[in-house]
Design a protein around this ligand. Structure first.
Ligand code: M6R
Length: 365
């Protein structure tokens, strides 16, 4: 049931404050300002030498954000690859490894094959899944459910932000267990996670503003998405979402790679969506924006209030999300990125919930 929404995708975008809240309540103990992994989700990151993450599509981008989190907060090296490559790579697995697979459906063939490979190598295998009775959930040693509810739109939205919520909680947990995050720091990170549902709700109020970009974007043949750090996976997620439902060609790139090739594409017909919260690498991204603007490129900057105030580079349009702690920015910034793809597709009249050539779950390779 779509309720009052035109599409399941719109409904699922709007459900995010609620379902992220449900998911977080499973992994956060707000009375103690701690993460809580009990009742079958108990995990020990302390002895690990490496975490291997694998997934497909949007779930892979969630894993890529998590790589930054695990490495930064838990000093835990992460090796990540798309499952279709991972399963055939013959990656050497060592005793101190643990593997984590991420899947909304829990039925993706390549992800399942990667999981089986790791199991055959004798290491512990964990999964972040949205369908608790799925094959991946059944075969994993340890399951961390996302509580996103059924996702019907082929373009994944609420499952992605719920995956990020679980992965962020796991990264804080790992940081504490590995002695790199103090109790006070953990409390601050947990507090910022607890703010996510409210902030995501406020980000939804940008909808009309983002919708206004749909018409100009719909005329583009190519769109480039740029981001650094945790915004780089979001850039790829934005590009994937746009191409899936609007059929406009889009690429997500790490902002710093621009001058190593893609800058050759820039002219006044190529919109460049820059995802840049006011974080450690903000200034670096701004200098990449300047390079785009100098070549006549149209920059759509998605930033926060601090970023909007600090940005000296010329932009064509700016979307300003509420200021949030750096840690949780990827979850909040997912919203304008999803809304942009959604409204562009709606403007173009495509079948948003059932885009051509795509299936909701890819159970064959
Ligand atoms: O069910 P899964 O999370 O394993 O699916 C993985 C991908 O097939 C999926 O994320 C796909 O890329 C979506 N259509 C993205 O919107």
């Amino acid at each position: 049931d779509k309720g009052n929404y035109r599409h399941f995708m719109a409904k699922e975008i709007h459900e995010q404050p609620e379902v992220i809240g449900h998911t977080l309540s499973r992994y956060l103990d707000l009375s103690k300002m701690q993460t809580t992994f009990t009742n079958g989700t108990s995990i020990d990151f302390a002895p690990l030498d490496r975490l291997i993450i694998s997934a497909c599509g949007t779930a892979y981008y969630a894993g890529l954000v998590a790589k930054y989190w695990f490495e930064r907060y838990a000093r835990l090296p992460v090796d990540i690859d798309v499952a279709s490559e991972f399963r055939y790579r013959e990656m050497p697995i060592r005793k101190g490894d643990m593997a984590l697979f991420i899947s909304q459906s829990g039925e993706t063939a390549d992800t399942l094959a990667g999981l089986r490979y790791c199991k055959s190598q004798g290491i512990k295998v964990a999964a972040v899944v949205n369908v608790p009775e799925s094959t991946i959930a059944r075969e994993a040693d340890l399951v961390f459910p996302t509580i996103a509810g059924r996702e019907i739109g082929v373009a994944s939205t609420k499952a992605f932000t719920c995956q990020l919520a679980v992965l962020a909680s796991l990264a804080v947990h790992a940081g504490v267990q590995r002695g790199h995050v103090s109790a006070d720091e953990a409390a601050a990170l947990v507090r910022s996670l607890a703010e996510v549902p409210g902030t995501v709700n406020r980000a939804l109020s940008l909808e009309a503003e983002v919708e206004a970009l749909a018409q100009p974007l719909s005329r583009a043949r190519d769109v480039l998405y740029l981001g650094r750090g945790t915004s780089f996976p979001l850039a790829m997620e934005g590009a994937l979402k746009l191409k899936e439902i609007s059929y406009i060609h889009a690429e997500g790139y790490p902002a710093g790679e621009l001058k190593h090739g893609p800058i050759a594409l820039i002219d006044e017909d190529v919109p460049v969506i820059v995802i840049a919260p006011f974080d450690q690498v903000f200034e670096k991204t701004v200098s990449n924006m300047e390079e785009v603007a100098a070549r006549g490129g149209k920059v759509v900057l998605i930033t926060d209030e601090k970023g909007a105030a600090a940005c000296g580079a010329p932009t064509w349009r700016t979307v300003v999300v509420p200021d949030v702690p750096e840690f949780i920015a990827p979850i909040v910034f997912a919203l304008p990125v999803q809304l942009l793809a959604y409204h562009t597709a709606v403007f173009m009249g495509t079948d948003v919930d059932q885009p051509r050539n795509l299936a909701k779950s890819v159970t064959v390779e």
